[in-house]
Each structure stands twice: as C-alpha cells, then as structure tokens.
Design a protein around this ligand. Structure first.
Ligand code: ADP
Ligand code: MG
Length: 687
C-alpha cells in the first residue's frame, strides 16, 4: 500500500463504495487520511454493569449469554435481543432492524458495547449500541474515543472507520512539511502523530494535541501565502503618486459638505502611502454611511492627476453600478469613468461595446474603471494602472491581486492596493486576521445625521408597524423588507429556499397588506439583468417597497428610503443587522428600523434589545464577539477560512502564533514551506 493507492484496492471496497467515497472527495489512501472526523463520542470509559446509570454514554465489556432474533408483533420488524454479563451483573441489549447481528455475534463471545444506557421497566438496558468483538488489535468502534465522520448516504460510520483502521498505519509515510524548529517553537506533535490522533485518539490529550497540530497546518499555510505576497510586494516598485495639493483642495472645497476629521486623517494616511516607492497595502474601515466613497474619490483623483489609471472592484453588479454613479456625481463629468460588468459596459453616459471599452482602457482613455470580477479577464489590460480599490476585501484574494497586477500595463511596478470595508472589525482583531494590511479607521459619522430609530416590534403590534409604513410611503418615502435568512440545512428538510422566502413575503405584502403600493422583490436566483432592473426602479423611486434577501446588505444607496423592516431578526448577527440598518438614514429624513422575531428566547430578546439601544457598529460587533465568537459574527467566508476543516476564528492564540512565525520568514531557509504552498495551489487550481 502507498499513499497514492486507490481506495478500490482496499479490503471490502467495491465499485459502489468507491463511487460513494469519491463523492466525499476520497480517491486515495492519502485522501482518506485527510478526511477528518467532525466530532467524537467518548466511549473510553468502561463501566461495570452494576454501576450503570440511566442516560450515561458508556462502554460495557461482557460475555454474550444469549442472543436471538425475533419479529416485532405489530410492525413485523426484526428485533435482535441479547443478554450480556460481566462479573458484576447482567444487562439486556436490543437492536432494531439489524438481523445480521446474530451472524456476527454469538453466545459465548466477549464484546464491547458502546452507547446510551436506558432505565426501563425491565431494568437497565442498551438500545442499538455500537458493538465489537474483543480482538487482538484493540477496538475501533467501541471502548475508546470514537470518531464520527460526516457522510453521504450509503456509507456507514462503521464502514469508514473500518477503512480508516486499514490505512491509518500509512500516516507514517507522510512527509512532515514543518521544520523541526517550528514544531518545537509552537510545541506541535509530528504530522504522522497528528493524523493518527485525529482519527483514533488514545485519549483526550492526544486528541487535543492532534487537533492543535492540524489546525496550525491550516492557519500557517494561509499566513504563509499572505506572507509570500507581502514579501513580493515589499520588493516591488510602486508607481509614485505625488500629492497634488492645489487640485485636491479645489476638489474638496467644491464638495457639498465638509469632510469629517476622521475622513481627513484617513485620506492623509493613504496619500502618504501613495508617495512611497513600495506599493500601499491598506484597509480602510468605516461604519456604513461614514463616507468612505469620497475618501476613495480623493485618492483616485490624485492618481489620475499623476497620469495613472485606477480601478475600483465591487462584489456585485448592483454595487458596481452604484459606485459608478456616485463617482460620476462627485466628478461632474470631468473624468472618464467606466463601468465594466458582465452585462454592462458604459463610459460616462455612453454605452460601449466590450471591444471599444477594452481598447479605450488600453490606450489610457479611461481614468477610473468600476467593475466586478468580470474585469479580471485575460484580454482586459490597462495602459498604466496605479491604484486598485476593492470594496469589501474578503472577496478579493491573493489570486485576484496577482491577476490584476498582470493586467496593469506596467511590468515594472505593482499597483497600490486599498481595500474598503464596512464590517466593524476591532483593530486588534483585524491585525491578526489581516496581518499584512495597514489600517485606517473612520470612526466618526458626518454631522447632522439623524440616528435611525430602531424598534423591536411585538407580534401584536405588527399591524401598527404596517400602518406606519403606509404613512411613510404616503409622505413619499420608500421601504426595505429583509426576509429571514435560511440556513442550508433547513433548505433540505423544509424545502424552503431564499427565493421561496422572498416570494412568500412578496405575495403576502402585495396581495394582503399593501395591495395599493408598488412592491418589487430581489433575490440571489434572479438574472443579473432583472436584479438591476428592480434596483434601478427602486432607486428612481418608482417602487415603494423592496422585498429582498440579504443581498442588499452591502453598500446599496437609496437616500429616499426611510424604513428598514427585518423579519426573523434573531437569525442575523448584530454586525449584519447594523449593515441593513445602514441602508436607511442616508438623508435628512428621519429613518426607522423595525425588527421582527418569532423567538422569545431570553438571549435573543437581550441581543436585539442591545441592538435597539446602540447605533455604534464597533460596539455591536464587540458585543456579538463576546457572545457568539468571531466565526458567527463575521461569517466564515469573510475570514478567508472557508477551506479549513478544523481551525476556526475561535483559535485566536494559534492564529496569532501562525502569523507571528510567518511574518518575515526566510523562505530560502525553509524550502519545504514553499513546496507545500506550491502543492496546495496546484490542488486548488485543479478543483
Ligand atoms: P460608506 O462609508 O457607507 O461607503 P458613503 O461614502 O456612501 O458611505 O457616504 C454616505 C453618504 O454620506 C453619501 O451620500 C455621502 O455623499 C455623504 N457624506 C460623505 N461624507 C460626508 C460628510 N463629511 N458630511 C456630510 N455627508 C457626507
Ligand atoms: Mg460604500
């Protein structure tokens, strides 16, 4: 057997099982070794029968006194009954619908039984325990900490554990990619021990050490990839962008408002970075409505005055369109601003063909391009790209940055990079997550904003809330309705989907509650064109109420909207609710946020109560961080950790350790690290 031996070669793997394993991504012995359990049952405690207590999870070791199948009188199902004895007492054991058990277990056999004890009319018994005959090689399914794998139908826990026990010795053949001094520094066990211990831990300590080792592998790999990028950026030359004081002052003076102090500081920090010869790598963080767009406009303007182009990347078409329009507004047609998405190519007020657009971009006749990922296409090249701004940075990774550098039109330099996010991540935490970025925070709102009034609405006051909405619409305002979030697991069991949830709410509101109002909907399954149409009509004021999923979460700017109504509010994180709330209160109209929940759990009520009383995104995020942990607050995808099987954002100490070691690491000293990253990248590309 080798690490690359196909699973088909293993004992008791036929064509069917091979197919089912392949659905789990398991083709080879090595794949199996890296298929980690998602939880464990601790059956390591073997208990004397006389000491059994109702409800305990335990293992019993005893001799089978008798065992037989019988038919249940009513359901005509096979029941297997056995009596098992040890030195202290005897216990009844029952299995349902597994007649083959009497072929495996016979009277006289010594067995381990692991499962829950249950006190019945007939004394203590175990129903459907895992069982295993005493053997020479120790147990796999009982009398230990037993691994539980997530499986597709047609594979049983017993089967996969049996396979695992066949291949586990091959862990010895895995090359450890971590050098000894790092193992020592972090106090990690060798890879082979980590892999053995994650499947078949000797005890809790072994399990903890194995988890630590393998979590570190995941985190360290992520940090190393960021570090490679950081080092190559540091080495590369940046386009030099001089601060154009006069023009900048003129531009700022012409704005219809004065910049806040926080906006000025952030702008200054960015402009100073741009003057340096190493590329900027900075994140601009600011609560919804804090005014990041105008900051980005000032710095883009400086690039353009230095004869460089700039690109602004948005995660969705809707947001790209909105940025495009706000930039057109800010610059009053003085610049050439383009919109490049899959469905739309526009320059200022004229539609362009893809070909025209690409050639104007290449000749330097477009100053600013606002685009989605559609911009990262081979044939799209700039004349001389000086700055890339990414709105909501998590969707723009290492690969995308390499790509846009290749398109930048200048082989010798690397464009400056600025990412903007409205996610309120506390500074200390941002540094561990995005260790490679410098940070500017806009922690102050423009003056004169009326805080959004937030109310958690009692179910019996729902009618009143509807009346209130009618009144707002009568006054010319518009309304957002956000439908409850539906988790994937629930999709399967209830047949619900985001689309259905939106359509149901839309039907209810348009037919029963507000038959006289103009209502539209927006969900992820719609075609981009239809989404844009709905959004456009809403921003033009042709629609009173927009029913949608959380797609409106980021960025969308409709100043005339004054009510945000959120259904199933308890399902959202406070930071996310805050993003929704930020969709209103963007003008001088008093705005409102109504929360509805079916949950009367005290915890949910308290959380939402806190949300009602607090308008500060950072405070809300910190509150939720304490209560729910970072993964739930920021989402797994946002943290770049979605490929992890073990590590989570709760592993703060390990994250920090992996970052500290990766920072400034000398790759020449550790060739195995670079190899591992290359392997990893190849694998990701294949997928
Ligand atoms: P965000 O940080 O959420 O991207 P925006 O840049 O979209 O916020 O700004 C929200 C609104 O506030 C915009 O309509 C913008 O014109 C306005 N704005 C920005 N800065 C100021 C300011 N200093 N004073 C008043 N209004 C401002
Ligand atoms: Mg914005």
């Amino acid at each position: 057997m080798q690490l690359n031996t196909k699973v088909r070669q293993l004992n008791r793997v036929g064509k069917t099982l091979e197919k089912r394993l392949s659905r789990l991504g398991i083709e080879t012995v090595e794949d199996l070794l890296y298929y980690f359990p998602f939880r464990y049952e601790d059956y390591s405690k073997t208990v004397n029968i006389e000491d059994l207590k109702d409800g305990e999870q335990v293992t019993v070791k005893g001799k089978i006194e008798l065992i037989a199948n019988k038919r249940s009188p009513r359901k005509r199902k096979i029941i297997t009954e056995a009596v098992v004895v040890d030195e202290t007492d005897r216990i009844k054991v029952v299995w349902f619908g597994q007649p083959f058990i009497t072929k495996n277990l016979r009277a006289g056999d010594t067995v381990y039984l692991s499962g829950k004890v249950n006190d019945s009319m007939f004394g203590m018994q175990m129903i459907g325990p895992a069982y295993e005959k005493e053997g020479k090689t120790g147990t796999t399914h009982t009398a230990r900490i037993v691994p539980i794998y997530s499986l597709t139908s047609g594979i049983t826990q017993k089967q996969i554990r049996f396979l695992m026990s066949q291949v586990i010795k091959m862990a010895e053949k895995l090359d450890d990619w971590l050098p000894d001094d790092i193992l020592e520094q972090v106090d990690l066990v060798p890879l082979k021990d980590g892999i053995k211990g994650i499947h078949f831990p000797e005890d809790k300590i072994d399990l903890a050490q194995s988890e630590k080792r393998l979590k570190f592998d995941e985190l360290f790999l992520l940090q190393l990839r960021a570090e490679i990028l950081r080092q190559s950026i540091k080495k590369s030359q940046a386009p030099q962008i001089k601060f154009k004081e006069l023009e900048t002052k003129k531009f700022v003076d012409a704005l219809p408002f004065t910049l806040t102090k926080a906006q000025k500081i952030a702008t200054w920090e960015i402009l100073q970075d741009l003057e340096k010869r190493t590329p900027m790598n900075r994140m601009l963080e600011g609560d919804v409505g804090a005014g990041k767009t105008v900051v980005s406009a000032i710095v883009m303007y400086n690039c353009i005055l230095n004869d460089f182009q700039t690109a602004m990347m948005a995660p969705t078409e809707i947001l790209a369109k909105q940025h495009f329009e706000s930039l057109l507004n800010l610059f009053n047609d003085n610049l050439k601003i383009g919109l490049f998405t899959r469905t739309q190519k526009i320059i200022n007020d004229k539609k362009a063909s893809k070909k025209e657009f690409i050639s104007l971009l290449e000749s330097g006749d477009v100053d600013i391009v606002v685009g989605t990922h559609a911009l990262l296409v081979d044939k799209v090249n700039f004349k001389d790209l000086g700055l890339v701004i990414v709105d909501e940075q998590h969707r723009f990774g290492v690969e995308q940055r390499k790509k846009i550098k290749e398109q930048s039109g200048n082989k010798k330099t690397t464009p400056h990079f600025l990412s903007m996010t409205a996610t309120p991540i506390p500074r200390s935490f941002a540094l561990t997550l995005y260790g490679d970025l410098d940070l500017s925070i806009i922690n102050e709102m423009p003056k004169g904003r009326k805080p959004v009034k937030t109310r958690l609405v009692d179910p019996h006051n729902r009618e009143k809330a509807y009346e209130f909405i009618k009144d707002q619409v009568k006054q010319g305002r518009q309304v957002f309705v956000v439908c409850p979030l539906i988790e994937e697991g629930q999709n399967v069991s209830t047949g619900l989907s985001e689309k259905k949830s939106v359509m149901a709410e839309y039907e209810k509101l348009s037919k029963q509650i507000f038959p006289d109002l103009e209502i539209a909907y927006l969900h992820g399954k719609m075609k981009a064109d239809d989404k844009n149409k709905s959004m456009k009509k809403f921003s033009e004021g042709k629609i009173d109420i927009l029913v949608s999923t959380s797609v409106i979460e980021v960025g969308v700017d409709v100043p005339n909207a004054s009510v945000m109504m959120i259904e199933g509010a308890e399902r959202f994180g406070l930071a996310q609710l805050h993003q929704f709330r930020g969709r209103v209160g963007r003008s001088s109209h008093q705005s409102y946020c109504f929360l509805f929940t079916d949950s009367d759990s005290e915890k949910a009520q308290k959380r939402l109560g806190y949300f009602e009383s607090t308008n500060d995104g950072f405070k809300l995020a910190e509150y939720d961080l304490k209560l729910r942990g970072p993964g739930d607050v920021y989402g797994v995808a946002q943290s770049g950790m979605m490929n992890f099987r073990l590590a989570t954002m709760r592993d703060v100490a390990l994250i920090k350790m992996s970052r500290d070691i990766a920072r400034g690491i000398d790759f020449k000293k550790y060739p195995s690290l670079k190899e591992k990253i290359a392997d990893w990248e190849e694998k990701v590309h294949l997928e």
